[in-house]
Design a protein around this ligand. Structure first.
Ligand SMILES: [Zn+2]
Length: 197
């Protein structure tokens, strides 16, 4: 069912025909759901404008844009989403990790974005951690900290938010929605990170 070009593409991505769900003749929504249920990461569908037929579960052509495959992998990874805050810089950060014990590792936040006082304020284990992180960040796009607001360390830290814990938490909770969410951690002093203006 696959051409030799398609097989070569799969090999280049360390995938096999076994990773492909044949969704030809199904709607985008149907084949995405069926592929997911079958544990497949690639969907065979009608050709894109350049004649490629291999797609992500969301319908993006993976042969036109290989990064869609990395996004899909990242987005569908279960893990820990978290909110961290810095009192000294009055900044918030949303992230995700596949290491479930990350909250014990304070080192992770040290000196990020020029702040040495990162504290974990909230975390939860979720399915699709990458997707949830991405969705929450997009909801908070208007609060992205400028290089000026970050000051020292701004070059390495492009994902910092000039916002409050409560607003960040609301965005994350919205992104998690009705999805699975367990091992929830809330720091006792999280209200301190609602930087009053
Ligand atoms: Zn294409």
């Amino acid at each position: 069912m696959l051409t030799s070009k398609e097989n070569a593409f799969l090999r280049s991505q360390r995938l096999t025909p076994n990773d492909v769900y044949d969704g030809r003749g199904e709607s985008q929504l149907e084949r995405g759901e069926h592929a997911k249920a079958a544990g497949k990461s690639i969907v065979l569908a009608a050709a894109c404008m350049r004649g490629h037929r291999l797609r992500t579960l969301h319908g993006h052509c993976v042969q036109c844009d290989i990064s869609k495959l990395a996004d899909q992998k990242r987005f569908s990874t279960a893990g820990l989403v978290y909110i961290a805050g810095s009192l000294s810089k009055e900044l918030i950060r949303i992230g995700f990790s596949t290491d479930p014990d990350q909250r014990d590792s304070k080192l992770l936040f040290q000196s990020y974005g020029g702040a040495a006082d990162w504290a974990l304020l909230y975390s939860a284990n979720v399915d699709d951690a990458g997707r949830i992180e991405d969705m929450a960040r997009r909801r908070l796009k208007a609060f992205r900290a400028t290089a000026e607001e970050i000051g020292e360390g701004a070059e390495e830290a492009t994902d910092l938010l000039k916002t409050t814990f409560t607003r960040a938490h609301r965005a994350l909770a919205d992104a998690i929605g009705a999805g699975r969410c367990d091992k929830v951690f809330r720091a006792r002093n999280r209200a301190k990170y609602d930087f009053a203006k």
